[in-house]
Design a protein around this ligand. Structure first.
Ligand code: HAM
Length: 410
């Protein structure tokens, strides 16, 4: 038997309904903040991702050559594509641009709970605003979106300039190596690397910075940094908006394009893969031939959010089964159409079995059975049976629709 590729999943209807319901909540929050949906290709020129996304993600990419010999990659993330699109299509549009997307990404990672090779991100990019208010808006939006999903989460907010200031004398490759140790909380690896380059004196300041949870203390450890005022303003705005967060100056982020504020959210009960959101301010536009548009964004790891919610979303709408004898079959079409036109999920019998066999079958999935036998076909009424209470009555079609509507409104 053929199996699906490793790290991919099939979604049956119950799961898809739960996913669509959470997706709708995220879209609604985005809409209320004035963000509008965009869509980019599933595959892009390989160069788009090799330019700035960083070595981690490049190793994980699905890369292929098309029949014309072009080097392409399945998108491992969507920020680079969105910025490419901004330069191709919307450079002259009114700024700031407030965009969101919901789309699948591909990373060749070792699959485990919450880590897949095909996964979905719900992401947001704010392009062309370079203020504390812009940074704060994006973090407030991230906070609101996660709240709307119902997951229990912790939001951590940091800023790269603290660590960069401590590491300013190291070349970029060494900076990245040191930051990778800190990202993984690999303090032994960190002291080995620092010892090898004769910078052991940095070890204490770096570990203090990672442990520190206060802005004043972080400034004291890292020294004067030019972004100081902007950072203070952003944090003040988050406090005013009652965002629940903790400061964390050890956030490094796996992608290389971030420039300032960085933030991540973690959910309870997910094990090792518990990061459900990541983002920050970044600059990519100038790399792709555009202006140097300041941008800030994040992506929600949608599949991890679904694992964290325990997929508790359940259908709440009533389901109607239309059941008929041969004499009632023609009329059953009009009855089913009337229920559908009233907005109800309505399933017609397709088996041609006897009425009692159809009712027994309907009891497995329907809240109401609407029966059109010989009697109802002649009288023009329908028999409606509440499958949970067992009550039934023969009534005009409109009354039957009214009963289902009253149940749906409860
Ligand atoms: P990222 O942190 O690489 O950031 O991914 C965002 C989220 O996607 C992660 O926090 C995680 O929840 C989820 N995720 C990542 N890899 C997997 C996987 N293999 N399986 C399931 N979920 C996964 C970005 O991609 C940036 N583009 C975010 C961003 C937008 N920054 C600015 N704008």
């Amino acid at each position: 038997m053929l199996q699906k590729p490793r790290g991919t999943r099939d979604f049956l209807p119950d799961e898809m309904e739960a996913r669509r319901s959470v997706e709708a909540k995220l879209r609604e929050v985005g809409r209320r903040f004035g963000y509008r949906e965009v869509c980019t290709p599933e595959f892009e020129e390989l160069d788009l991702f090799t330019m700035r996304s960083g070595p981690g993600i490049i190793e994980e990419m699905y890369v292929f050559e098309d029949k014309g010999g072009r080097k392409l990659a399945l998108r491992p993330e969507i920020t680079a594509s969105v910025i490419r699109m901004y330069i191709n299509e919307a450079k002259v549009a009114r700024k700031p641009l407030r965009w969101y997307y919901f789309a699948d990404c591909f990373r060749y990672e070792r699959p485990q709970k919450g880590r897949y090779r095909q996964f979905w991100q719900f992401g947001v990019e704010l392009i062309g605003a370079d203020t504390a208010s812009a940074d704060a808006e994006v973090i407030i939006l991230a906070h609101e979106m996660l709240k709307a999903t119902g997951v229990t989460f912790e939001l951590k907010v940091g800023h790269l300039s603290f660590m960069k200031n401590l590491l300013r004398d190291l070349d970029p490759i060494l900076q990245r190596r040191v930051m990778a140790h800190l990202d993984k909380k690999d303090f032994d690896g960190l002291s080995d690397t620092l010892a090898n380059i004769g910078k052991s004196d940095l070890g204490k300041a770096l570990t203090d910075l990672v442990a520190c949870r206060s802005l004043d203390r972080a400034f004291a450890i890292a020294g004067e940094i030019p972004e100081k005022e902007r950072i203070r303003q952003t944090i003040a705005l988050l406090d005013a908006a009652e965002v629940r967060y903790t400061l964390n100056f050890g956030i490094v982020r796996g992608l290389d394009y971030y420039t300032g504020i960085v933030f991540e959210a973690f959910a309870e009960g997910l094990g090792a893969e518990n990061q459900i959101l990541g983002g920050g301010t970044y600059r990519l536009a100038h790399l792709f031939g555009g202006d140097d548009a300041a941008s800030c964004g994040f992506a929600v790891g949608f599949d991890r959010v679904m694992v964290a919610t325990g997929q508790t979303e359940r259908k709440t709408e009533p389901v109607v089964a239309v059941i008929c004898s041969e004499e009632g079959r023609i009329r059953s079409l009009a009855v089913a159409r009337a229920f559908r036109n009233s907005g109800f999920r309505t399933e017609s019998d397709l088996t041609g079995r006897g009425i009692s066999a159809q009712v027994a079958h309907a009891s497995k999935f329907a809240d109401f059975a609407v029966i059109i036998g010989k009697r109802e076909a002649e009288s023009g009424e329908v028999t409606i049976k509440d499958m949970r209470s067992g009550e039934q009555a023969t009534v005009p079609l409109d009354d039957a629709i009214g009963r289902v509507a009253a149940d749906g409104a409860r």
